[in-house]
Write a protein that binds this ligand. Structure first.
Ligand SMILES: [Zn+2]
Ligand SMILES: [Zn+2]
Length: 304
């Protein structure tokens, strides 16, 4: 039997010579890619027989095969050998090593899935709920969670929101944050502090000239991508957030009135329906998980 021409450029994994090699070659049959040479290699993943590196590459490309053995592939008991047992054992060891690694990694350890919320977060969530707001938390290590200064003063029953105002300027996005806004304040009063021309921020010049009456305040709907609620500047913060879902803290877009058309707004009539608690229609799977997990005291992971 003829020895493969490819053997000059690529060595067989087992160093066998002479008759023994020929015997192995013969056992594998012809190359399943070129069918011209005797095959020398078996793909660990799909068991395709090949004769050379170039045929291996063609095979991987054509069958989109990674060439890496699938350690979880089904193996019948008849074919199960000691090597498979060893492989399974190593596989389990690998898993144990990986889980240990993640457990030590402070950033990956916390998901707070199915565990109790810290008391203060639970109270905050409940206080928000009693004000008609569905407040959701992100995992501990998300910066949006860490920087959230939203606060509930239990003794006086006062609720303070962290509010982030987003302005679109010529040079990009400008964010201004109010760390604690009492929710009984009028929304318009809070934003007008930032629209005072005395502040003299050159980036916000168009907003100063538009003034309080020249802007609209939009809150992104967390349940519908790219849709916004138009907020009422004459109402309190509390009234504006009622029946809304807020992840960590509200981020309100301050938009010049003539650019309002660029946003898809939610009809005020649909507002209540789309945001009412427990309505599981027209929301995607992730959001359903949010709602379902929200019934207990645990927080949820929000996949965005
Ligand atoms: Zn070949
Ligand atoms: Zn393969």
């Amino acid at each position: 039997m003829e020895v493969s021409k490819c053997s000059e450029s690529i060595q067989p994994t087992a160093t066998v010579t002479g008759d023994r090699e020929k015997e192995i070659d013969g056992r594998l049959g012809n190359c399943e890619v070129c069918d011209a040479e005797v095959s020398k290699y078996t793909c660990p993943r799909c068991e395709v027989k090949t004769c050379s590196l170039s045929c291996v590459k063609i095979h991987k490309f054509e069958l989109e095969c990674s060439g890496i053995r699938d350690r979880t592939a089904f193996k019948s008991m008849k074919k199960f050998s000691n090597l498979d047992l060893l492989s399974d054992y190593r596989f389990l060891e690998d898993i144990a090593r990986t889980t240990l690694k993640y457990r030590k990694d402070i950033n990956k350890r916390y998901t707070r899935f199915n565990t109790a919320l810290p008391v203060q977060l639970f109270k905050l969530k409940r206080a928000a709920y009693s004000r008609g707001v569905r407040l959701l938390y992100l995992p501990q290590n998300f910066s949006k969670h860490r920087e959230n200064s939203t606060y509930f003063e239990w003794k006086s029953n006062k609720f303070y929101w962290r509010i982030e105002w987003t302005f679109f300027t010529d040079s990009g996005i400008k964010k201004i944050v109010d760390e604690r806004v009492l929710d009984t304040e009028k929304l318009g009063k809070v934003i007008s502090q930032h629209l005072d021309p005395k502040i003299r921020d050159p980036e916000l010049e168009p907003y100063y000239s538009a003034g309080f009456n020249g802007v609209v305040l939009l809150l992104k709907c967390e349940k519908a991508d790219d849709k916004f609620f138009e907020l009422d500047a004459c109402s309190s913060v509390r009234a504006n957030f009622r029946n809304k879902t807020i992840i960590e803290y509200p981020s309100i877009r301050v938009v010049l009135k003539h650019r309002k058309d660029e946003y898809e707004l939610i009809d005020p009539d649909d507002e209540r329906e789309s945001q009412s608690f427990g309505n599981k229609d027209d929301v995607n799977q992730n959001e359903i998980e949010i709602i379902e997990n929200d019934c207990d005291s645990s927080s949820v992971i929000v996949i965005s």
